[in-house]
Design a protein around this ligand. Structure first.
Ligand SMILES: Cc1ncc(COP(=O)(O)O)c(C=O)c1O
Length: 454
């Protein structure tokens, strides 16, 4: 059937389909600056299949219409979120992953890639100085990584059937933690939010006193979450002090390093996440900083058996693992998973150690440069050790910050800069993420000039 690539010979029709799609994609990249970072809404092509199937030309024509009004991560002004442009090797990895259509559910459906995933997770865990018993898996984004980490922590604590339990996290922890608590069937009070200091970091003394209070009320804490890279300003919680406390009290430590984790992959930046190795579990999202095509998130645990004991149910229709390792479908929430680890593996190897270093260093340098250019007599700037920064007028209340951020955001969009508008500690801010390698210092001069205007 012509819809499937021939298993007998290189399929000429498929080859030219791929080649035309490649031309289209490279054209889309090359014309990025003719469009806005996030183009306005436009009509969608037809949705439903026609009676007869469409030619590859018609399919691509319709697809291009969709692409023209897609978000443009390669636009130098795309600075709103943690969505950088994808590495070319990562794009190819994703395409090949679709072609292979392997399934990380079980070794028999992905013999080589299951091993690749295990080894790559070990490599990342090793870079983060986690113990040799560590392991992990690729999952669909940081929210799922965090949910799974909390499920494992609760299972490990043996409080799975107890609702009188608590997890402690900073007030700046990502909203996925709130959702995880709800999905886990726990009441909202189960999340104990700890205040942060002027730098956006958890106050360890408050963590301790809240913990003792919780304990005196007869509640049981099943995990502490530290954030390595908060969503608005990139703050990193004091990992050493928190991990010392968790060790003393026998508490599971999860580090949500969806943003900061990859900084541990380069010697020049690994000090930023020093002591992350002491976590029981870590979420890392290479999609957010390193240009790995979405989705790319890893959940790493210091003892990989913990994943199996929490999630395994047995798979009556799957052969057992060939070695001593666990089947992919037995160590996580998801059953079927694509071979998306390919794009992480290829992306990291395309960059090499030097490329990883350059990408991370450059992002930090752009943040430092923009910070320097901002007029602190007019702007309140919040940032941290990573590549994120947010600004709000120094004077005025929440209402005033809302007005300023909306009008400024709109005038920035007119000049092709896209920033986001988070609410942080009762004020609106404009947030800029410096993970886009196409943003030059002269773009940042331009951006600072607009932000500095009243
Ligand atoms: C610190 C942090 N953790 C987790 C997440 C959730 O990641 P995802 O959007 O991949 O689910 C985010 C998203 O921005 C984040 O900033």
């Amino acid at each position: 059937m012509e819809f499937f690539a021939s298993p007998d010979q290189p399929d000429p029709k498929f080859k030219s389909f791929l080649s035309d799609a490649c031309d289209m994609l490279t054209t889309w990249f090359a014309t990025t600056k003719q469009r806005q970072p996030s183009p306005p809404k436009s009509d969608l092509p037809d949705i439903a299949p026609d009676v007869e199937g469409l030619s590859s030309k018609k399919l691509l024509d319709d697809l291009y219409l969709l692409m023209l009004s897609s978000y443009q991560p390669s636009h130098p002004g795309s600075l709103a979120h943690l969505d950088p442009p994808p590495l070319t090797a990562s794009i190819v990895g994703d395409m090949i992953s679709a072609g292979l259509n392997n399934n990380l559910l079980a070794e028999e459906l992905s013999p080589s890639i299951t091993r690749l995933e295990r080894d790559l997770c070990k490599w990342v865990a090793n870079k983060l100085s986690m113990p040799s018993t560590s392991g992990g898996l690729a999952v669909s984004g940081g929210s799922i990584s965090n949910l799974m980490a909390l499920l494992v922590a609760r299972f490990h604590s043996q409080y799975s059937y107890d609702s009188n339990i608590v997890v402690m996290a900073s007030e700046e922890a990502h909203v996925s933690i709130v959702r995880a608590i709800s999905v886990m069937g726990l009441p909202p009070e189960s999340l104990c939010q700890i205040s942060t200091d002027q730098e956006g970091k958890i106050i360890v003394d408050s963590l301790k006193s809240e913990y003792y209070k919780i304990k005196s009320q007869g509640k049981k804490c099943f995990a502490v979450i530290a954030t390595a890279g908060t969503t608005v300003r990139g703050a990193i919680d004091p990992l050493k002090e928190i991990s010392d406390f968790c060790l003393e009290e026998g508490l599971w430590l999860h580090v949500d390093a969806a943003i900061g984790g990859v900084f541990g992959l380069s010697n020049s930046t690994s000090k930023l996440v020093k002591n992350i190795s002491r976590a029981n579990s870590i979420s890392v999202n290479p999609q957010k900083v390193l240009g790995i095509a979405k989705t790319s998130s890893l959940l790493l645990v210091s003892n990989k058996e913990d994943l199996y004991t929490c999630f395994s149910t047995g798979f009556p229709y799957i052969e057992p693992s060939r070695g001593s390792e666990f089947q992919g479908g037995e160590i996580g929430l998801q059953g079927t998973r694509p071979a998306e680890v390919l794009k992480l593996w290829m992306g990291l190897r395309q960059l090499g150690q030097n490329g990883i270093k350059t990408l991370l260093d450059d992002a930090l340098n752009r943040r430092a440069y923009l910070h320097k250019k901002l007029d602190k007599s007019k702007l309140r700037v919040i940032t941290g050790p990573l590549h994120l920064l947010a600004v709000s007028p120094i004077n005025g209340d929440k209402k005033m910050s809302e007005y300023w951020t909306i009008t400024k955001r709109d005038s920035l969009l007119d000049q092709n800069f896209m920033l986001s508008r988070p609410l942080y500690k009762n004020r609106y801010y404009l947030k800029a993420v410096m993970g886009n390698p196409h943003t030059t210092l002269s773009h940042l001069d331009e951006l600072a000039e607009i932000l500095n205007q009243p």
